[in-house]
Design a protein. Structure first.
Length: 360
């Protein structure tokens, strides 16, 4: 096992630091004129160090400066999610490794680092992964956010700053980072038909604690998920059913940086197959609308305006709109019928469905 190496860290000299050194350090003589003070001379314990360092400049011997902030913003939460799933902290050097082949994705996270910590770090990229050299950044990620050093896949967990956060934006940011790192979209069409059967957002990792606590976070966002175990021991977290996939799409997908996954989600959740999944309960008001369609001989026009392959009968309105097993009707037909009859669809269709149907 490689030994853990922590290079010295330095804090910019200010009156507060000088005052503390006078009280606690016998090594103060000779350092009172230095611009940067070695952090170890401040004798800070684990319960006071982060309040003390908040908003102060820290650096390693190389000179790259970071302004530490104790607050975990939504962007920092997203950075943590990404590093936890697709990054690592080297045990022997002051570097953060980002294991992604997509350099544009990595650069988005470098932008977060530079903006949130008011620094100007660079990355080295070899075509397979990138490295960000920064002793202070590795110190913050390991000591403050408790991200393990080295190969941490099975040991990593959600940082307590995320678990304890009351901000839904922070929770969403963290899940977006996880999805950028270890996420994928699972979707299937019915056999021999171009009809979307289901679409789930998934996150898969070897860390069981990470998956369990991420499930709790998603539940706080009102996104219900299920957890399954693969043959190799990895756990997969996936949205439970169509309605929860929609919530994930609405809350998390706008935040992610992974272009391919984002494009796939947009293709699925803005297509006609997606719209066909919307249903509402069939009631007397809706039955009246479709009786009007038949009375005015608009059946053919309604059918011609649709591209859904499961329309296979003209016996009655119910035969191509009504889902008899569930007592529901496909919202897409209610929307089209309202347009043909010059009725306001918002009187019949829930707002969260209507905003998608209006894209027709």
């Amino acid at each position: 096992m490689k030994s853990v190496y922590f290079p010295d860290l330095y804090v910019e000299r200010n009156p507060v630091i000088i005052s503390r050194m006078k009280r606690t350090s016998k090594t103060f003589d000779g350092y009172h004129k230095e611009s940067w003070i070695n952090l170890k001379f401040l004798s800070l314990n684990d319960t006071e160090i982060w309040d003390f360092l908040n908003r102060l400049k820290i650096r390693g011997k190389s000179g790259n400066i970071i302004i530490f902030k104790k607050e975990t913003t939504p962007s920092i939460a997203q950075l943590l999610g990404f590093i936890i799933t697709d990054g690592s902290l080297l045990s022997t050097e002051g570097r953060v490794k980002l294991c992604q082949k997509d350099v544009n994705l990595i650069e988005k996270y470098l932008e977060i680092i530079n903006k949130e910590y008011n620094t100007n770090l660079f990355l080295s990229f070899n075509g397979k992964e990138a490295n960000v050299a920064s002793v202070p950044l590795r110190f913050i990620l390991n000591k403050y956010y408790r991200i393990p050093l080295g190969k941490k896949v099975r040991d990593v967990d959600v940082p307590f700053q995320i678990i304890k956060s009351e901000s839904k934006d922070v929770l969403r940011g963290f899940i977006a980072g996880l999805f950028d790192g270890d996420g994928y979209i699972q979707y299937y069409y019915l056999k021999n038909k171009r009809i979307l059967d289901h679409a789930n957002f998934c996150i898969s990792t070897s860390s069981h604690e990470l998956i369990k606590h991420s499930s709790i976070i998603l539940n706080r966002l009102d996104i219900k998920c299920s957890i399954s175990k693969r043959n190799d021991g990895r756990l997969t977290l996936q949205t439970a059913g169509f309605s929860n996939s929609i919530k994930f799409y609405e809350q998390i997908v706008p935040l992610i940086f992974h272009k391919k996954r984002k494009d796939t989600a947009e293709k699925i959740f803005t297509g006609q197959d997606f719209l066909s999944k919307f249903t509402i309960f069939l009631n007397n008001d809706l039955k009246f609308i479709f009786r009007e369609i038949r009375k005015r001989n608009l059946d053919k026009e309604l059918l011609d305006s649709s591209n859904y392959n499961y329309i296979n009968s003209l016996r009655s309105i119910e035969s191509w709109t009504y889902l008899s097993k569930t007592g529901k009707i496909r919202s897409v037909y209610v929307y089209k019928a309202c347009k043909l009859l010059n009725k306001d669809p918002s009187n019949y269709i829930p707002e969260n469905q209507l905003k998608y149907l209006e894209k027709l």
